[in-house]
Design a protein. Structure first.
Ligand code: PLP
Length: 413
């Protein structure tokens, strides 16, 4: 097909994330990706400031990750995980358990972040059911939370400011607390008897508004969960694997979750894979009912290609000077974005680890801002009032400079 033909077909027939088919916004055809750059079909090159939605922490076309996929392909691309197992799954579980908070002992492989959240919620519900405490069937989440797009996950996303309010009437009703200690304490005090679990994104709330909160609040949430006998689910899908400057954001408050979700950067952006991890307490609790089995089992559970590339990605991360890289990016984002704060259209500038955010006072005109950014050689996908970046950790100083200058320019359009 000629590129003009397939562009036509694309616009007519293919849905994009959170998009209209009738009034489609521009989509840019990518031909290839290498290092931190995407190459468009028309030959233009852009620096990827999104790391493909937090995932591509090592950039693209990474020799070690390519080799892992190629090697695994020679053995098998996939086999079912019901009644079968394989070394990539076992090795990945071992590696994961060696780097997450040490009370995590059991691993469930899921096929996407949202599904890992569904599994985490099921674990919490089954835990209480097995003890005969079936009234503990609600969740408490934070305002501005985002935990995914499937129904269980949507029900713990912020019901008002979140992107799922069109489903509000059909979603189960859970509880939400303002993001501060007083409000959170009041909510858990009031509702603990019906709460199966608290679910939080630790330190960084991502798609619900790119907001940061303190490690004190994180610590306090853990304490209150213990006091009121409520499980704590920590959604590290966006924050995991170094993004906030710690390997996992839990470490900012030195807390132990009961259940933990990882995804996104797990495979370095190569394949879809996520995992739900839990403590022995949760696992044993689920099996307090002697016939208890965890009721989930995706078709592509523990896909060997995905597990192999995840192993390679984690090893590559751990063998790299990732802390120094993330710290250097953090400092450069601070230096580069801080000057935008003075502009009258800008409401706030915030940076944590390899995450840089300019919050505008008004919603961003995405089409206009994107086409400006592409002229500057930069790829970003703003949403709402937010112009933000979470670049691959391997981005060099010059490219980060180009990125922050383009963001400042965009904030002045
Ligand atoms: C992206 C994300 C999810 C959902 O992951 P998918 O792989 O898109 O289903 C869940 N929680 C958080 C915090 C996320 O950032």
């Amino acid at each position: 097909m000629q590129s003009s033909d397939w562009n036509m077909f694309e616009r007519e027939h293919i849905w994009h994330p959170y998009a209209s088919m009738q009034n489609p916004s521009a989509v840019y055809p990518v031909k290839s990706a290498s290092g931190v750059r995407l190459t468009f079909e028309d030959g233009r090159e852009v620096i990827d400031g999104m790391a493909s939605w937090w995932c591509a922490i090592h950039g693209y076309h990474v020799p070690e990750l390519n080799a892992a996929v190629e090697a695994q392909l020679k053995d098998m691309a996939h086999v079912m995980f019901g009644g079968l197992t394989h070394q990539p799954a076992v090795e990945l579980a071992q590696l994961l358990l060696s780097i997450v908070p040490n009370q995590m002992e059991k691993v469930f492989f899921a096929d996407s972040g949202s599904v890992s959240v569904e599994v985490a919620m099921k674990m919490a519900l089954q835990y209480w059911q097995a003890q005969g405490v079936s009234e503990k069937s609600k969740f408490l989440a934070l305002k501005h939370a985002y935990h995914g797009d499937t129904f269980g996950a949507m029900s713990v996303c912020d019901p008002i400011s979140g992107m799922h309010h069109v489903f509000a009437d059909v979603l189960p009703k859970h509880h939400f607390a303002d993001v501060n200690i007083e409000a959170f304490t009041a909510q858990i005090k009031e509702h603990h008897e019906e709460l199966a679990a608290i679910i939080i994104e630790p330190i960084v709330q991502g798609a619900g508004g790119m907001r940061f909160y303190s490690s004190e609040l994180l610590k306090e949430i853990r304490k209150l969960c213990d006091v009121y006998d409520v499980l704590l689910i920590v959604d590290e899908i966006a924050t995991g694997f170094g993004r906030t400057g710690k390997l996992f954001a839990c470490e900012h408050g030195d807390i132990q979750p009961d259940i933990m979700c990882v995804g996104k950067a797990l495979t370095g952006g190569y394949m879809t894979l996520a995992a739900t991890l839990c403590s022995n307490k949760v696992c044993n609790g689920i099996h307090a009912d002697k016939h208890g089995v965890l009721m989930h089992g995706p078709t592509f559970m523990a896909n060997p290609l995905a597990c192999s590339v995840a192993i390679a990605s984690i090893r590559l991360l751990l063998d790299s000077p990732w802390q120094q890289r993330v710290q250097a990016i953090e400092q450069q984002l601070l230096d580069g974005l801080e000057p935008c704060r003075n502009h009258q259209a800008v409401a706030d500038v915030r940076v944590l680890g390899a995450i840089g955010v300019i919050e505008m006072k008004e919603p961003v005109d995405v089409q206009k801002v994107q086409s400006y950014l592409i002229e500057q050689g930069v790829w970003l996908r703003p949403f709402g009032k937010l112009l933000y970046t979470m670049p691959p950790f391997v981005m060099n100083r010059d490219d980060v400079s180009t990125l922050t200058s383009a963001m400042c320019g965009a904030s002045r359009l």
